[in-house]
Write a protein that binds this ligand. Sequence first.
Ligand SMILES: [Zn+2]
Length: 491
Amino acid sequence: MPITIYNSLTRNKDPFEPLHQPDVNMYTCGVTVYDDCHIGHARSLYIFEVIRRYLAYRGFKVHFVRNITDIDDKIINRANELKVNWQDLVRKYIDSYYRDLALLGIAKADYEPRATDNIKEMVIYIGELVNKGYAYVTKSGVYFNVRRFPNYGKLSGQSVDQMESGARIEPQEEKKDPLDFALWKASKEGEPSWDSPWGKGRPGWHIECSVMSQKFLKTDTLDIHAGGRDLIFPHHENEIAQAEALTGKPFAKYWIHHGLLTINGQKMSKSLGNFVTIKDSINKYHEDALKLFFVSAHYSSPLDHSEKKMVEETKRFKSFMYLFKYYEEHTKKEPIGLINDADKQEIDGYKARFIEAMDNDFNFPQALAVLEQLSSLAYSLTGNFGLEQNLNKFKLAVETIESLLKTVFVIDLRKADPVKDSRLFLGDGGLRDTIKFAMEEWTWAKDKAKERAQLKKEKKFSEADKIRQELEEKGYEILDKKDGSFELRHK
Ligand SMILES: [Zn+2]
């Protein structure tokens, strides 16, 4: 069965067949750098990172481009508001963006082009649209003539007349039709500007993506174009119009759109004061708990952020983490034998179900549920912490979980520090009472056994015996070996 993807363009779950297997050309609309990124951006960045990683895991060679919009009205307005140079503002927030990516463990794309580094190509692109009669020049800039492009509206599923009703012409614009959009904006006094055949100005937002995606992926037709649901209209509709008017070819085969994030049921916005930056969130919650929160919903669904949910996700993360810590503690020194076929098949079955879930339009929550079922199985194998019978099965189960969480969901169980990282104290309860207690006791028992060995060396036998008794009372036994070493075991 091939991977299927819900394609916003066909409104159908389509089998995934990139144009030149195994290569996949993928583009996502990146951030506009005029402020710190919030957790809505984090969700978007994370979702496409998971999709990219999963496609690579399934053998595709993904070429990934994510742009940076570093010139825009929002940037100019913010710089004016703060009375700073727009380039300093951009530099500051590009740095901030890369720090956020590092905090989330999200890799850079193959190319992260900045709009202002590609103005020359945009000017050429716009010139060709003018030559072909799809765009017209006015004193306020160059506009795309929507009525000249018959497929306008195909992505958002609206007719031009429907869209027309919501559109309006701003007083400074000289558009023939309210739906026409700017490809090039003439600059006002003191605004950043570049030379063009139509005078000094700057590119519109939509043209950036058409130009940079095709330039850096070296193709007219992308395999995947991705972004937030809020970008379908007008941004992605306009990207299609520009690109397809120019090349006469489909712009992207698959359009993937993620659902939006709300905070306690409300849209995130500065004016409501519920704006949570990535840095704020990661100060408070472990980054992997935040990722599990994103995994808890299908990428295309809306998702609501709340304190209560983050506590739940922290608990979920700790459940995986303690299992892994227990594994590290108990399998490091124990010899691992061959796993029997039935056990291997059983664990492989979980992996197959994980893949089946992800192949089905990247069903994150269903894939996560499979890992949680496997985690329950692994916990049950620890029994009363006597792993002898099931050590190999336990080991394979935990390694499967660890590897899939890391490879696909960017969640690293090895790095987490439950002792020092106070973000992981959140949501303590039943779990702490069971696994953490067992872990702490095991550490205590090991220290005691070492102390006893030292006492024996110093010939303080009665004190050494006292420790042996203490350990036995707690259910541990020590087997002394001929070479003076010892083995500590649960009885
Ligand atoms: Zn875009």
